[in-house]
Design a protein around this ligand. Structure first.
Ligand code: FDP
Length: 342
């Protein structure tokens, strides 16, 4: 019989190697895993039960809220609040930080999540995902929670991951010790280690971007796209274009096959002058995973993980993926900056 390691076993084994570990992280993870199973159940029933379409509300991002989005958000908030190890949560769907009520046991961890990423794909049975970023409180636990506890740089993340609801449900995460992927075996209801120590190919062959907005990009981004489509690039042939429009699915494919994901600044849309994707709940966790797998993530000027967030729903341009491909983008942006500063 093949050796089958569950995600809980994996975390417990690794916890043993961390001096002073208290089991709090494992408890938090168990609630995440349970939430992922509950959301999977809802996703696989979508179309059969009344969970497709809109709730009629508009979220903090100004987007119409889908029923499944709202459901996933409520499940995560309810379950995670009961982990006993969190002091606060933040969700892409909620304007403010969600403090864990005093009536519940609390701890030092903070989680930021996007409950269901790729909303536009929900009603058409295309992959969607949940993204999470885990931090540790820095301020005195006896005092009030500070906004700086939540607005930490990506490099301070304790762990990050995503759950991909696709042809199977997968949980991929890092706690700073490589990236590991687990696939939900529905027959036993457990996430089993299927992709240990994922490494992103150093040289990609795929570019993923919503090319429909090209005319609204800055010159550097257009130059980068040109490179990936040119037969004169490192591959000596154009890269393949692949864009699902669900960040989790696009990053997951590129993580396994190699490639670059781009969501640049969009100079037409006043809502997206610095891109569409949110730093704290989308870019930071994805950058942590991709860097741990050997890749890179930048906004063109800065390493994503070094950006100090100034507010919870901050958006940044995002270029993330294989080392060589992201370096090309960095070089293009750097060269242009040097020219301007002369
Ligand atoms: P969605 O709005 O459908 O939830 O950040 C959200 C996101 O999807 C990402 O998952 C995806 O990569 C991107 O936005 C898609 O945006 P465009 O439709 O502008 O390409």
């Amino acid at each position: 019989m093949p050796q089958q390691v569950t995600v809980t076993e994996h975390i417990l084994l690794h916890q043993k190697m961390v001096p002073g570990a208290t089991g709090q992280f494992t408890r938090l993870f168990n609630e995440l895993v349970l939430s992922a199973k509950i959301i999977t159940r809802a996703v696989t029933k979508a179309g059969l039960v009344d969970i497709l379409g809109f709730t009629g509300d508009v979220n903090i991002q100004g987007e119409e809220v889908k029923k499944l989005d709202d459901y996933a958000n409520r499940i995560l908030i309810h379950r995670l609040a009961r982990s006993g190890v969190l002091c606060a949560m933040a969700s892409e769907e909620n304007a403010d930080i969600i403090e864990v009520p005093e009536s519940l046991p609390r701890g030092d961890y903070i989680i930021i999540f996007d409950p269901l990423d790729g909303s536009s794909n929900i009603d058409v049975n295309v992959n969607i995902g949940t993204i999470f970023s885990i931090l540790k409180r820095k301020s005195d636990p006896q005092g009030p929670l500070m906004s700086s506890d939540v607005l930490q740089k990506g490099s301070e993340q304790v762990a990050a991951g995503y759950i991909l609801y696709g042809s199977s449900t997968m949980l991929v995460f890092t706690s700073g010790d490589g990236v590991h992927g687990f696939t939900l075996d529905p027959s036993v209801g457990e996430f089993l280690l299927s992709h240990p120590n994922i490494r992103i190919p150093e040289q990609g062959k795929i570019y993923s971007v919503n090319e429909g907005y090209e005319r609204y990009w800055d010159r550097d981004t257009k130059k980068a796209l040109d490179y990936f489509k040119s037969p004169k690039n490192a591959l000596h042939k154009p890269y393949s274009g692949r864009y699902i429009g669900s960040l989790v699915a696009d990053i997951h494919r590129n993580l396994l096959y190699g490639g670059i994901f781009m969501y640049p600044a969009d100079l037409r849309d006043p809502k997206k002058p610095t891109g569409k994707l949110r730093l704290t709940c989308e870019c930071n966790p994805m950058a942590f995973i991709v860097e741990q797998a050997g890749g890179l993530a930048t906004d063109g000027a800065n390493r994503i993980l070094d950006i100090e967030p100034d507010h919870l729903h901050q958006r940044v341009p995002f270029f993330c993926g294989s080392l060589n491909d992201v370096r090309v983008v960095q070089d293009i942006f750097n060269a242009e900056r040097r020219k301007k500063s002369r």
